[in-house]
Structures are given as C-alpha cells and as structure tokens.
Design a protein around this ligand. Structure first.
Ligand code: XIL
Length: 365
C-alpha cells in the first residue's frame, strides 16, 4: 500500500478530539501514531527558517497545542514536527482524559504526545492539573467531603506529575483560578479548601518532580485591570510564602485587531516578581469569513505578542493554541469566529508566519 493511502486510511480512523471528554477511553488510540511516517506541508515561501528555529535563535521556544488524534495526518505531523520546538497536549493530560473512572487510568494519548515530542527534541508543557474544566464526572458528581476533595486533588497531582517525572519542562499546575472581576473563581477546589488549594497543588507538584517549572496559567490577564492585578497579588503572595512557583502563563486567546498594547508592561510586571513568563495559548480569532486584510491585521497582532515576549528577558517562549485553522477550538467555542492560527486548513503559512519570524529576528532588549 502506498504511504499516502495508508495515512489517509489511518486519518479516517482517528477520532476528533473536540468535546472528547465524553469519548470512551478505548476509542482514543486505535493506532500507534509514533509508528507513522510524516507527510509534507507547503513550507513558508522563500524561507527555510521555521518559527521554532527563529525562537531558538533568541533562546526561546515556539510551541503549539497538539491534538494527539491529528498526529495521524501526515501534513499535521510534519508541520508539528518541523516547525515547533515545544508542544502542549491540547486535551490529553487533562484529568478527565487520564482518569475517566476512579482509579482507572488511560495514559495512551499523553504517552503518544510525549513520545512524539521526544522524537523531535521538543520541550513539553504539561497541561493541566488543577482546573475546573474537563474534570472526570466521578469526581465532580461524587459528593465528596472537603477533606476527600483535597486528598483526591493531591493524589491526582502526585500521580500525574510523578508519571511523567523528568519529561516535562513546565506544568500548568493551576489553570484559571480567578474570576473576571479579580475574585476567586468559584470551583470545586475553592469550595473544599479555600484559596489554599493553589499552594497545596504547587507543593505536591514540586515534590513529585522537583525539576519541572511550575506555572499558574490564566486568561484575561494580558492587559492591566482587576484580573491582572489579582493574579499579580496572588503570585506575589505565593513568592512571599516560599511556595514553589516558577512562572506565569498568559493564555492570550485574543481577538484579532485587539491585542493589548500594554502586554510588554504586563509581562515586565510579572517578571519583576522573580518568575518566568510565557505566552501559553495564543490565538487571534477573526470574524468569519476572514479577508486578506483581516489576515494582515492578524499578522501584525501575532508580531505584537511575539515581540512583547522577545523584548521581555524572562519571557521564555510562546505557544499557539493549535497550528492550523483546520484544528482549532475557536469555531466550536466562539460562534462566528475562526481563522485564528498561523497556518490555514491546507497547512499553508498565513501572513502571521512571516510576522512571527520577523518579530523574533528583531534586536532584543
Ligand atoms: C480547550 C480545547 O482546545 C478543546 O479541544 C476542549 O474541548 C476544551 O478545552 N483554556 C485552556 C485550554 O486552558 O485547556 C482550553 O482548551 C482552552 C481554554
């Protein structure tokens, strides 16, 4: 059988991952994607430099969230393998995915991602341990007492971080702990433990893998305002108390044309607390259908975000929330929007790619 036919057949077997928390675990990995050959994709015209290499030239990484099932598609696999120097599992390491039933673990998709990253010399950002989203239903609906919620959270953190000890560059230990007004987000962890759940989770992660960088990751904190200030105060107090926190993740799910101008100041402020900063989930959504002009505006915003990182000493790298518009959470979650990523559905580079290359190539601070 021709290789392309084989890949086509395997791609047809792959299960789409959006909304996959409801997927039966055995349906997620019918194939060993690491045994698949890579395809090809249209490389950026007249430019051999990849975005990962451009980032590396400044001592940073450029990564993307990876849909493990899509790795069965040749061009997706080639793009992810060639262009990126870091990967984040889009869903494969979330609690609901790894422990769909209490005490029953399915590590296969996460292991595939780790294998892929190692084969391509990429850093792995582990995502995410303590979050209100994509939790297993047995945990959410279990009517556990506060001390049980605490014990289950700590066991989950130790088990998962321990399972991947030595392989993960950075963990998003706590994801989205804040409400938009700057208060605490009301979630199952806050209800059981109060704000202490954050330091408890960080300490447990540190114990399980002292070599991994530990992050708090948040959205809506890319411009100054109550939520950004609240995150600043939280990180400052964690540092004061000697809690192991190494970095702040700014998700950067942004609307194209509206990337905040004060992002460099925000990064500098977080860095002044003595932590790393990273752009962790960058996408710039466009109202559909995207015009050529929209793509130029988007390119300018990609450049703005990347150059904010490039100009901040402690900004270690940027991760896009996907690589191609054909595999993006945006159309499913933001009605009427799409085209948010650097490569289009045909794996062709959009104007954003040249803009990212140029932003990394500019002189540093
Ligand atoms: C999203 C994934 O992209 C989707 O596939 C999934 O159905 C829902 O979660 N903030 C985060 C990410 O931290 O984990 C989310 O990922 C997007 C928002």
């Amino acid at each position: 059988m021709r290789k392309s036919a084989l890949i086509g057949m395997l791609a047809a077997m792959a299960v789409p991952i959006v909304g996959s928390s409801a997927c039966a675990p055995e349906a997620t990995t019918a194939i060993d994607v690491n045994a698949l050959a890579e395809g090809s994709y249209p490389a950026p015209a007249g430019n051999e430099l990849t975005i990962g290499a451009a980032a590396a030239a400044t001592g940073r990484y450029f990564g993307a969230a990876i849909d493990v099932n899509a790795l069965a598609e040749g061009p997706y696999r080639a793009l992810a393998g060639n262009e990126l120097t870091a990967v984040t599992p889009e869903n494969a390491m979330k609690w609901g995915e790894v422990e769909p039933q209490r005490g029953v673990f399915d590590w296969r998709p996460a292991d595939e991602l780790v294998g892929f990253a190692k084969a391509h010399g990429q850093k792995i950002r582990g995502h995410t341990l303590v979050w209100h989203g994509q939790l297993p239903s047995w945990f959410v609906d279990g009517n556990f007492a506060p001390n049980e919620v605490k014990a289950l959270m700590l066991a989950h953190v130790s088990t998962e971080v321990g399972r991947f000890k030595g392989s993960i560059y950075a963990w998003d230990v706590v994801n989205e702990p804040l409400a938009d007004n700057g208060g605490w987000r009301d979630n199952i962890f806050l209800k059981a433990m109060g704000p202490d759940y954050v330091s408890l989770a960080l300490n447990a992660a540190h114990k399980a893998d002292p070599g991994a960088k530990l992050y708090v990751n948040e959205y809506g904190v890319e411009t100054s305002g109550p939520k950004m200030e609240a995150l600043y105060d939280l990180v400052a107090s964690l540092k004061r108390d000697g809690v192991p926190i190494d970095g702040v993740g700014l998700q950067c799910h942004l609307v194209s044309g509206a990337a905040p101008g004060d992002l460099p100041d925000v990064m500098r402020r977080f860095a002044s607390l003595g932590v790393d900063v990273a752009v962790t989930e960058l996408d710039l959504r466009i109202r559909s259908p995207a015009t050529e002009r929209d793509l130029q505006t988007q390119a300018a915003d990609y450049a703005r975000v990347v150059s904010a990182c490039r100009m901040t000493k402690r900004c270690v790298g940027a991760t896009a929330w996907g690589i191609t518009d054909g595999h993006s959470w945006i159309p499913g979650f933001f009605q009427g929007y799409g085209a948010a990523l650097p490569f289009d559905e045909g794996y062709r580079p959009k104007p954003a790619v040249a803009a990212i290359l140029k932003a990394f190539a500019a002189p540093g601070p």
